[in-house]
Design a protein around this ligand. Structure first.
Ligand code: ATP
Ligand code: MG
Ligand code: MG
Ligand code: MG
Length: 567
């Protein structure tokens, strides 16, 4: 590509809303342009890198046996009502009406749509397993879009969904994807780690996240350098020393909270402040587990996204609990981040709970809550365990050493969904005995556009981006000093460009009539892995200057040596 036929739009300064290095550099290099919060146009240079990531993802997904499809961004509400997520997903789901007043959503994920396709198309065990994937634009109305494309509202995801006649076969495919994701992130040239993870609003049982290791990551990863143990700190818990329980002398009081749908509304009824002091709320359990209660911990500063559900069991009367529907209704806005309920068979407590004065619980009745809950009095003390997130130096749960903590950017997430969606949407097949059976499902996501931010976060210096070779928009930049003025330079640059292009190398010939200083600075900012500077002085000696983007100094090469160096 010649600069004169391309479009570059580099900036001297990053806009003030760009907090992290990758966002600043993506804006300065002109890879993306902001349209609205979390919504960006991919400019030609950025799009080239995005397409390279997509190509690697597609190659590896195809190699692993998955089949590409492309599903609609716009999805009818009925499917979301059928799966239960219309109520469950919360405000991250962008909803709208068409001209006939029918409800629709813009897909934040596609479990419902693919399950609908599969229930219509696949009827027999002979047609299973099948794994469909797509690379498609998602929309999530993130509460705080930031870091450019790393937490956008509109973003490109690779999402795959597999369907199986047995759990064993789902586990085989899950393993296949676990390995495939390792290959993908290795090929992308990223430092990453697979970690055990929470299942979030997608749901299901087993789950792993893939994290690019970077200081600016939004997740804490606990890992053991001496073993394979690695988990999102959200999930990794350690037993804390027993803390004194707050003596709540108030009597347990049942309060009528009619129609309260949000935590603020519940709090208003209960006359407690929905602030940082409402840190733990015992809420309703689910029927599948015999209405065992759930302890909901609001970590941090009462950010909706930071809600975390913890599970408790064995609670004494009168604390029995209602259905998950009432839990979700009460926490409408938070529901999307609750995730499915599974039980640990004991009462778990967060340290923050012990420090809390007001205790609030759900009651086993719609529209009722309890206040004045006293842990010691209303819960069997023996079943209360103090849990806290692990910290560096804690023993690894596998007993093989101590834990370290690092920050990570979640670039991939795989789930064993089991029958969560296939059951809700009646996605069934006839098994070998001719009996109807619900399909087992897995799902597998990669944040394709987030990967670009993550890659830059890991690979940059004061002068700009340093692209990993595999995803660089261009592999080599030819920068002639005086393309317009010197015929010798122009001829040498054109000849090298033709040679590299013919060899299948993505070469960029910067034939703009700009000052040498600004040409060099732009090309460093853009971060092309290899650069060849051609000038009259060198040509007289028969050489050009080659410099790898990470090299401290340039080396002189004959033109004939260039191709071999950059391949
Ligand atoms: P996060 O914890 O960062 O909000 P998530 O767990 O909600 O992500 P998943 O539902 O697991 O996301 O979606 C699969 C992948 O899509 C994620 O691993 C991530 O790489 C990517 N992704 C999710 N949300 C965004 C976003 N707002 N912008 C860019 N990529 C995203
Ligand atoms: Mg999210
Ligand atoms: Mg996540
Ligand atoms: Mg995730």
């Amino acid at each position: 590509m010649r600069a004169s036929q391309f479009f570059l739009s580099t900036l001297k300064e990053a806009p003030s809303d760009a907090e992290v290095t990758s966002h600043k550099l993506m804006m300065r290099a002109g890879l993306i342009k902001r349209l609205a919060g979390g919504i960006y146009t991919w400019m030609p240079l950025g799009l080239r890198a995005l397409r390279k990531v997509e190509a690697i993802v597609r190659e590896e997904m195809n190699r692993a046996g998955a089949i590409e499809v492309l599903m609609p961004a716009v999805q009818p509400a009925e499917l979301w009502q059928e799966s239960g997520r219309w109520d469950f997903y919360g405000p991250e789901l962008l909803r709208f009406k068409d001209r006939h007043d029918r409800d629709f959503v813009i897909g934040p994920t596609h479990e419902e749509v693919i399950t609908d396709v599969v229930r219509r198309e696949l009827k027999s065990y002979r047609q299973l397993p099948k794994h469909f994937y797509q690379v498609q634009m998602k929309f999530r109305d993130e509460i705080r879009p930031r870091f450019g494309v790393m937490r956008g509202r509109e973003f490109v995801m690779k999402d795959g969904y597999s369907f199986h006649s047995s759990f064993e076969d789902l586990q085989r495919e899950y393993r296949n994807m676990y390995d495939t994701y390792h290959r993908i992130f290795q090929r992308l040239g990223l430092k990453f780690r697979a970690v055990a993870a929470d299942t979030g609003s997608i749901g299901g049982t087993g789950s792993h996240e893939f994290h690019v290791i970077a200081e600016t990551g939004e997740d804490d990863i606990a890992y053991c350098p001496d073993s394979d143990y690695a988990a999102n700190v959200e999930l990794a818990e350690a037993l804390a020393p027993a803390t004194p329980r707050p003596a709540v002398s108030a009597p347990l009081t049942k309060v009528h909270t009619p129609g309260a749908k949000t935590i603020d509304e519940v709090a208003a009824f209960l006359k407690v402040a929905a602030t940082a002091t409402v840190k733990a709320i015992v809420v309703d359990g689910d029927e599948a587990s015999g209405n065992k209660p759930v302890l909901l911990l609001l970590r941090g500063d009462h950010e909706l996204n930071e809600v975390k559900a913890q599970k408790i069991a064995g609670v004494k009367n009168p604390l029995t609990f209602a259905s998950p529907a009432s839990l979700l209704a009460a926490f409408g806005a938070n529901a999307g981040s609750l995730g499915p309920v599974g039980f640990q068979g004991r009462v778990v407590m967060d340290r923050s709970v012990a420090a809390m004065a007001d205790f609030v619980t759900g009651a086993n009745e719609d529209d009722y809550h309890y206040t004045g809950v006293n842990i010691g009095r209303d819960f069997p003390e023996a079943e209360v365990a103090d849990l806290r997130n692990v910290v560096a130096g804690d023993p690894s749960p596998d007993g093989k050493g101590t834990l370290e903590i690092c920050r990570g950017i979640e670039v991939g997430h795989i789930f064993q969904l089991r029958t969560k969606y296939s059951e809700a949407l009646a996605c069934k097949f006839l098994n070998e005995q001719g009996k109807e059976q619900v399909m087992e499902m897995g799902c597998y996501g990669i944040g394709v556009s987030r990967i670009l931010g993550a890659a830059i976060e890991q690979n940059n210096d004061a002068r700009g981006i340093i692209w990993p070779d595999a995803i660089a928009p261009f592999q080599v930049a030819i920068v002639p000093m005086g393309y317009a003025k010197s015929e010798a330079v122009r001829e040498a640059a054109n000849a090298l460009y033709a040679e590299l292009t013919a060899a299948g190398i993505d070469a960029f010939l910067d034939d703009r009539d700009e000052r040498p200083g600004s040409l060099l600075a732009d090309n460093e900012l853009i971060g092309t892995p290899h650069r060849v500077v051609i000038g009259d002085r060198g040509l007289k000696e028969g050489v050009v200057e080659y410099q790898g983007r990470r090299d401290a100094e340039a080396t002189k090469l004959t033109v004939a040596e260039v191709a071999a160096t950059v391949i």
